[in-house]
Write a protein that binds this ligand. Structure first.
Ligand code: SF4
Ligand code: SF4
Length: 386
C-alpha cells in the first residue's frame, strides 16, 4: 500500500487496478473519466443514504469521490493527534494550507498522511504552478485530490496560463481537480467558473446572504458538476469543549448550510478532539439536516458582528478601506483566536486600505446587509491588528 491510494480509500471510489494519482494523469483517460462521472453524477447524488465510514456522504461533483457531508478544516489544527482522531471518527475530506498556524497545520498533516493518506480525500490551498511541490513534500504525499488557491475575481480565475499550469500538474499526477477558495458571493463569478470548464470545485464562503441570485448560481454550478464546499457559515469556531447549547447551535447551522445552500459538504474548522466529536455527532444523528425552520434558526444563531460576505460594501468606501477583508481578519482574530494569522493578513493590505484610513463617514454601514456597526468594528480591528 502506497501513499498513492492503490487500495480502496475512505472515499470508496477507486478502481483497484489503478491508483487515484495515475487516474489524474493523461488527458484522454481523465476526460473520459470525467464524462463518465458527470453522466452518472445525478443518479449517484440522488442515491439514497450514501455513506462513508457509516457517515452521511455525497458524491463530490464531477470528481466522483465520495465525501462526508462535514469535512475537516485544518486552519486551527497543530496537533497530528487531532487529525488522526478525525480519520478515526470517519470524516474523510481534509483541508489545509501552508500558511495555516504558521505552517504548523500542514506539518501536522504530513505526519499523519505519511501512513494514512489512503484514508483521505485531500484538499490543499495552493496554486498549481507555484507552491504545490513544496506543499506535497511537507504533506508526505505525491498528490492532492484538490487544489484550491484563494481567488476572488473573474480576472483571477481567468488568468492566462492558469489552466495550463493546472493541466501540467494534473498530468504529472500531482493533483486531481482544481477549484478556488472564494470570499465573494458573486453570481457572475460562479457562472464564469462554470463557463471556463476546467474548475471542478469551489470552496465558497457561505453566510446568510439574502441574495437568491447567488444561491441560483451555485445551483447551476452544482448541476454542471462543480463540487460545492461551504466555509465560514458558522459564526465562530467551536470552542475547545463545546457546550450543549453550542452543539445544538452548530447542528442547526450545519443543517441550514446543507439544505439552503445545497452544499455537498461543509468545511468545519476543528482544533480540538471535542470539536471533532461534536461534528461527528452532528453527522451521526443527522437531526439537523431535517430540522424545521432552518432559515429562522440560522439567523437566530448568528451573532451581531457576523459578516454575510455579501459584498455590498465592495468599492463603497471613498477612502479605499477594504471593509470586508478587515472584517474577516477581525473574525480570524476575535472568533478563531488566530491573532498572528490575522495580523499577517492585515499587514498584507496596502496602507491606504487599512482601517486607519477610515474617517467615519458611515457609507459602508448604510449598505451593509447585516447592519453591522462597521465603524466600531474597523476601529477595533485596527487597534488589535495594526
Ligand atoms: S465609515 Fe470608514 S470605512 Fe466605511 S465608508 Fe466611511 S470612511 Fe470608508
Ligand atoms: S461587512 Fe456587511 S456589507 Fe460588507 S460583506 Fe459583510 S455583511 Fe456584506
Amino acid at each position: 500500500m502506497s501513499a498513492n491510494g492503490e487500495k480502496k480509500s475512505a472515499s470508496g471510489n477507486l478502481n483497484h487496478s489503478i491508483t487515484r494519482r495515475d487516474f489524474f494523469k493523461g488527458s484522454a483517460a481523465a476526460a473520459l473519466g470525467a464524462a463518465a462521472l458527470g453522466s452518472s453524477l445525478r443518479a449517484a447524488e440522488t442515491a439514497a443514504e450514501l455513506t462513508v465510514n457509516g457517515l452521511p456522504a455525497v458524491v463530490f461533483g464531477r470528481s466522483g469521490l465520495k465525501v462526508t457531508r462535514i469535512s475537516f478544516g485544518g486552519i486551527l489544527m497543530t496537533e497530528p493527534a487531532v487529525l488522526s482522531h478525525v480519520l478515526d471518527r470517519g470524516i474523510n475530506l481534509v483541508h489545509t494550507a501552508p500558511g495555516y498556524m504558521n505552517g504548523r497545520s500542514i506539518e501536522a498533516f504530513g505526519k499523519v498522511l505519511k501512513t494514512r493518506r489512503q484514508e483521505t480525500v485531500l484538499a490543499t490551498k495552493v496554486m498549481p504552478g507555484k507552491d504545490l511541490d513544496s506543499a506535497l513534500k511537507t504533506l508526505n504525499t505525491d498528490y492532492t485530490d484538490f487544489i484550491i488557491p484563494p481567488m476572488d475575481s473573474i480576472e483571477e480565475i481567468s488568468r492566462p496560463g492558469l489552466r495550463e499550469e493546472f493541466e501540467k500538474a494534473r498530468q504529472a499526477g500531482k493533483c486531481g481537480h482544481m477549484g478556488f477558495a472564494c470570499h465573494t458571493q458573486s453570481p457572475e463569478l460562479i457562472d464564469k467558473m462554470v463557463e471556463l470548464g476546467f474548475y471542478g470545485l469551489i470552496l465558497m464562503s457561505y453566510a446568510d446572504t439574502g441574495n437568491p441570485a447567488f444561491i441560483d448560481s451555485l445551483d447551476r454550478a452544482r448541476k454542471a458538476g462543480i463540487g460545492i464546499l461551504a466555509m465560514k457559515g458558522l459564526p465562530k469556531r467551536a470552542a475547545g469543549n463545546p457546550t450543549a447549547e453550542e452543539r445544538a447551535l452548530y447542528a442547526t447551522l450545519c443543517g441550514s448550510m446543507v439544505n439552503r445552500l445545497h452544499a455537498h459538504t461543509i468545511l468545519a474548522s476543528m482544533g480540538s478532539f471535542q470539536a471533532v466529536d461534536m461534528y461527528r455527532e452532528i453527522l451521526e444523528t443527522r437531526l439537523s439536516f431535517h430540522a424545521p425552520n432552518l432559515e429562522e434558526s440560522y439567523r437566530a444563531g448568528l451573532d451581531g458582528s457576523y459578516c454575510a460576505m455579501c459584498d455590498n460594501c465592495r468599492g463603497i468606501c471613498p477612502n479605499g478601506v477594504a471593509v470586508k477583508d478587515i472584517v474577516r481578519f477581525r473574525m480570524y482574530d476575535r472568533d478563531y483566536r488566530m491573532t498572528a494569522y490575522a495580523r499577517t493578513e492585515y499587514a498584507g493590505l496596502a496602507e491606504n486600505c487599512r482601517a486607519g484610513a477610515c474617517d467615519n463617514c458611515g457609507l459602508c454601514e448604510n449598505v451593509c446587509s447585516r447592519h453591522l456597526p462597521l465603524r466600531g468594528m474597523l476601529s477595533e480591528a485596527h487597534a488589535r491588528l495594526a
